[in-house]
Design a protein around this ligand. Structure first.
Ligand code: SF4
Length: 218
């Protein structure tokens, strides 16, 4: 599935979602890749049931035109938000991601756009990528996961090693200059209460809002 909706923790192709319910406002999700530079211990990509259903698993990465074609069939009067999410890390496909964001803002300038990311796009591309999102992204939601670099690495098993944690905060600080809302998130079931408190403190120090979200893929 490339463009999909979520209801009750399940994923639906947009056509099926709107055919079954043509009244409710909902978010539209865009799935660009299975690839990720992390290997989180809780990642849904590892869950056998998800692999069997292959609901979000992409046998082939979609082209920009593939995504545009699916977006063109969406009844946007029923859409409140467009979210880049999925099984992998969207910023790995930075050029395609920003091209689609530009397209969304061109055809639907009033619909909010959100990027769910692990915040490691700058390490992936070796530069400050925040300017790429100027005027096309409304919300950047970054998975914080932990209160220390060591614990972060243990959970995420990032290919970038111990530097990943600090780089994620640098990315957040850069994004605050170009994106209206930057939030960091932690997952409730995998984060102990004392770590949640420590995460709140760290986010306050960096001037970033912390959101505690239910267990799901980032
Ligand atoms: S949970 Fe998100 S950041 Fe972690 S490995 Fe899966 S896709 Fe990557």
């Amino acid at each position: 599935m490339i463009v999909y909706t979520v209801k009750g923790g399940k994923y639906f192709p947009v056509a099926e979602s709107f055919a079954n319910d043509a009244e409710t406002l909902r978010g539209i999700y865009i799935n660009l890749t299975n690839r990720c530079n992390n290997d989180c211990v809780f990642c849904l990509r590892d869950k056998k049931v998800m692999a069997a259903e292959k609901s979000l698993w992409l046998d082939e990465e979609p082209t920009v035109d593939d995504v545009k074609a699916e977006l063109n069939a969406v009844p946007f009067h029923l859409v409140k938000e467009i979210v880049f999410c999925g099984f992998g890390e969207p910023t790995i496909r930075l050029a395609e991601l920003t091209e689609i964001l530009r397209y969304v803002k061109k055809i639907q300038p009033n619909i909010s756009t959100r990027l769910n990311t692990n915040g490691l796009g700058e390490l992936e591309h070796g530069r400050d990528i925040s300017a790429d999102f100027k005027n096309i992204l409304d919300v950047a939601s970054i998975s914080l996961n932990a209160a220390t670099a060591e614990r972060y690495l243990k959970i995420t098993r990032s290919k970038f090693g111990i530097q990943a944690y600090a780089a994620m905060f640098t990315f957040a600080e850069h994004m605050k200059k170009t994106v209206p809302q930057v939030v960091m998130t932690i997952v409730d079931k995998v984060t102990p209460p004392d770590e949640i408190s420590a995460c709140k403190k760290i986010c306050a120090e960096h001037g970033v809002t912390l959101r505690i979200r239910p267990y799901e893929n980032s």
